[in-house]
Design a protein around this ligand. Structure first.
Ligand code: TXA
Ligand code: MG
Length: 332
């Protein structure tokens, strides 16, 4: 189906993708249509191995070789100057195209069998949380695409890290599963795109400027100790219940246990993550949790954030957008 120019949802270790032949302009057009995505927002080309890059890029620099050897297959997307066979339609007119080799056996088997690079954005309607299960893809894409390859839930839960390489240096355009700390083992200098640090200016990854991951309900994210967050949640839940709000909680197990049982009982939907492996555990359930709140017609979401280091950087980048920047630090 992919060789015929059809759109097929494919599993990866991060989130499900909406795949089509990345060298076929018509097929690429069908992805943008199915997703409702602005066509200036470029797509990642997925390849089964490093060797597949040979005809797709002008060159692979020594720094890029080092990063590929260290982190592929895996959630690391690298932008490289494209060869002429890669259409500008994939890159939204940019000279660089983004490439990634997923760490997922089913995905790589599909990529190998297709024999062409597969362009794939996350398989959600533009602006919605990314799907981490085939059911979530079906919810957004039924009637819009030809097929879904169901390989069960995704292992990581947030999208890949997107980087651009200089000489022995890396700029992170979108934080993800391969962290700054991990890349620092391989290159001398790792920095974040200015837009990620200040929130100002034009992001180098065009997709980072759009509203993203928005659940239906208004969402507030709290930072602080479990005791501080539990105390605040107890008072806001009691207030909200008076207003007949339907409440969704996305918090750590420890914090939930600190909320009095009588208050907990008034919450429509509680989803918890592991207090020990906070960022990784939150990443796995974040999008599916937001979608579950939508299905449950929750009207207020309260979440507990994690420290913005390592994987926490990737998770908090998504939490910040899902909460429309409503992050309250109770520890300050
Ligand atoms: O984990 C992932 O990366 C998932 C799975 C399916 O592979 N894909 C994904 O694709 O998240 P998408 O399209 O939802 O996000 C791709 C991001 C966007 O922010 C886009 O602007 C950026 O990567 N990007 C793509 N090509 C680029 C390029 N040539 N230069 C700069 N940024 C680029
Ligand atoms: Mg996306």
């Amino acid at each position: 189906m992919l060789r015929e120019g059809k759109v097929v949802a494919i599993p990866t270790e991060t989130v499900y993708g909406l795949g089509a032949n990345g060298l076929d302009e018509k097929a690429i057009g069908r992805i943008y249509e199915a997703k409702g995505r602005p066509s200036d927002n470029p797509l990642i080309l997925h390849v089964p191995d490093k060797e597949s890059l040979a005809t797709l890029v002008k060159e692979i620099t020594p720094t890029e070789h080092r990063l590929i050897d260290a982190f592929w297959p895996g959630p690391l997307t690298i932008t490289m100057v494209k060869s002429d066979i890669v259409p500008f339609k994939v890159t939204g007119g940019l000279e660089r195209a983004a490439f990634r080799c997923p760490d997922h056996a089913v995905c790589r088997a599909i990529l190998k069998a297709a024999g062409v690079p597969i362009a794939a954005p996350s398989a959600n309607i533009s602006g919605k949380p990314s799907p981490t299960t085939a059911e979530a893809v079906f919810h957004d894409m039924k009637g819009r695409i030809e097929a879904i390859a169901d390989a069960g839930p995704c292992q990581i839960g947030v999208e890949s890290t997107v980087i651009e390489c200089g000489d022995d240096e890396v700029t992170i355009l979108r934080p993800g599963g391969i962290t700054a700390e991990m890349m620092s083992q391989v290159v001398s200098k790792v920095r974040y795109d200015d837009h990620l640090v200040t929130g100002a200016g034009i992001p180098k990854a065009p997709g980072m400027k759009y509203k993203h991951y928005a659940p239906e309900a208004a969402m507030t994210t709290f930072l602080g100790s479990p005791e501080q967050i539990a105390a605040r949640l107890t008072s806001v839940i009691e207030r909200d219940i008076q207003q007949r709000e339907r409440i969704g909680l996305l918090i750590s197990e420890k914090t939930l246990a600190l909320i009095p049982a009588a208050v907990r009982a008034k919450v429509q939907h509680s989803i918890t993550y592991d207090s020990e492996r906070q960022a990784e555990s939150l990443a796995v359930i974040l999008y599916e949790g937001l979608l579950a709140f939508d299905r449950d017609k929750v009207t207020r979401i309260y979440a507990e954030g994690v420290p913005s280091s390592d994987m926490g950087m990737a998770v908090m980048n998504r939490m910040d957008k899902a909460s429309s920047h409503q992050i309250i630090d109770l520890g300050e």
